[in-house]
Ligand binder design. Structure first.
Ligand code: UD1
Ligand code: MG
Length: 453
């Protein structure tokens, strides 16, 4: 788009006292991913040439997480929490000599959308020296207020603490997100003083300072839901709900049927194909891919798994790490699958645990089958061949292989490999005692009467 180079600063040094948590605030999760990850993903969508995360409180942990999320981010420390301007200044060295613009984001505002940032960049490209992201607050308490001049540009931002009654009545608020020329930004920050109620360096002061030098600040407005900042567990729950609502809408728009959308919970990376049907009360943990046309019935809990086209899963199925479900496979109720490849058209209908297994095409796993994959120290694999038939209530003691088109008798404990095409029976042999049941009963009843009499 011919826009100039972009640097991004993510402020994440705040203490987050109101979270009452040993975990730094920006590492609390929304949709299964740390808030910082959401912000860095949005940042990355703007294709910046540099991204700097400013850390302070819990710096080591936040820095390690930032590196894990995106090895390309730079890190800067703010030694003391002396305000948002000071936090931005902490990134100055990392961006020394950077051309173009700098965008400031907050690590605790995870719902900002990439499109909104593009709008800000466009306003900047159209000539504004600084662009501030604002929103109409339902309740503006606690936010900085945006004071517009007669020409509609922003003349200053007044923090709640410094605001008189008239200013407090303004509902147009500062999200904290802004973009400016990198050089301009750091020049203005150098002029910020801490002569205010909190004795902090307010980033918001750069607007008035800029205006006094003839710089024009434009406001871009976005929905309040996007600017939502998390300061407490209650805020975190609100942000989670907003995130879920957004993903549900996106899923519906993308051609996924959600029978009861408000009961389905998604992770940040849930991927579902067109014409998939998701029943009520399904929870997606991280790392789930559902192919087009697959059906997930009610009350499934799925994480780190892939479900191929045409497969049906549930109700009440649980997939943990590494469940790979083949095309048209049928996984029924109360089935737990982990670390397993389930072949095309295979059926695991009822009450089974399949762990560390390979299940061949069209194999049928009877009710109550358990792969005994763990010996207390090591995990072992079970291999089940194509079109094999595992009798109900079989225990397959791994490592073990049941061959193609092989069968196991119900109730078998299979400890040795079963060759292709063989039937294995590994259980006590049945013997019938003629008439013994009736005779036994008669004796027991007689005993009971004797005692009572
Ligand atoms: C800030 C804005 C306010 C805006 C509000 C939106 C200022 C002075 N005020 O107020 O206009 O309406 O956000 O939520 O900018 N941080 C640091 N180091 C610091 C201080 C803060 O890294 O020394 C980080 C925090 O971790 C947080 C962000 O900056 O991510 C905002 O800080 P916070 O203290 O929440 O600012 P507010 O008082 O809410
Ligand atoms: Mg705040």
């Amino acid at each position: 788009m011919g826009q100039s180079a972009l640097s991004i600063i993510v402020l994440a040094a705040g203490a987050g006292t109101r979270m009452r948590s040993a975990l730094p605030k920006v590492l609390h999760r929304i949709g299964g991913a740390p808030m910082l990850q959401h912000v860095l993903a949005t940042a990355a969508a703007a294709r910046p040439s540099a991204t700097v995360v400013v850390t302070g409180h819990g710096a080591m942990e936040v820095e390690a997480a930032a590196r894990r999320i995106d090895a390309g981010v730079q890190l800067a420390r703010q030694e003391e929490p002396r305000g948002t301007a000071d936090a931005v200044r902490a990134a100055a060295d990392a961006l020394a000599g950077a051309a173009g613009d700098t965008l400031v984001l907050y690590g605790d505002a995870p719902l900002i959308q990439a499109e909104t940032l593009m709008e800000m960049q466009a306003a900047r490209a159209a000539g504004a020296d600084i662009v501030v992201l604002g929103f109409e607050a339902a309740d503006p308490t606690g936010y900085g207020r945006l004071i517009l001049g007669e020409d509609g540009t922003l003349s200053r931002i007044v923090e709640e603490r410094e605001a008189d009654a008239e200013t407090r009545a303004v509902r147009l608020c500062n999200s904290g997100v802004l973009i400016a020329g990198t050089e301009t930004l750091f020049d203005l920050i150098a002029a910020v003083r801490d002569d205010n109620a909190k004795k902090e360096f307010y980033l918001t002061d750069i607007i008035e300072i800029g205006a006094s030098h003839g710089l024009r600040t434009q406001v871009v407005i976005c929905p309040e839901a996007e600017t939502l900042g998390v300061n407490s567990r209650a805020d975190l729950a609100v942000a989670e709900a907003a995130f879920q609502a957004r993903v549900r809408d996106a899923m519906l728009a993308a051609g996924v049927t959600l029978t009861a959308p408000e009961t389905v919970f998604f992770a940040h990376d849930t991927a579902i194909g067109e014409d998939a049907v998701i029943g009520p009360h399904v929870v997606f943990g991280p790392g789930v891919q559902v192919a087009r046309g697959a059906e997930i019935r009610a009350f499934c809990h799925l994480e780190h798994c892939a479900i191929a086209e045409g497969a049906t899963v549930g109700p009440f199925a649980r997939f943990r790490g590494g469940a790979d479900i083949g095309r048209d496979a049928k996984i029924g109720n109360f089935v737990e699958i982990k670390g397993s490849d389930i072949g095309q058209g295979a059926k695991i209908g009822h009450l089974s645990y399949v762990g560390d297994a390979t299940v061949g095409e069209e194999a049928n796993i009877g009710a109550g089958t358990i792969t005994c994959n763990y010996d207390g120290v090591f995990k072992h694999r079970t291999e089940i061949g194509a079109r094999a038939f595992i009798g109900s209530n079989s225990a397959l003691v791994a490592p073990v292989r049941v061959g193609e088109e092989a069968m196991t008798g119900s109730g078998s404990v299979i400890t040795q490999d079963v060759p292709d095409g063989d039937l294995a029976i590994a259980r006590g042999r049945q013997s019938n005692k003629p008439g013994l049941a009736r005779r036994l009963m008669a004796r027991l009843r007689a005993m009971k009467q004797g005692k009572a009499g």
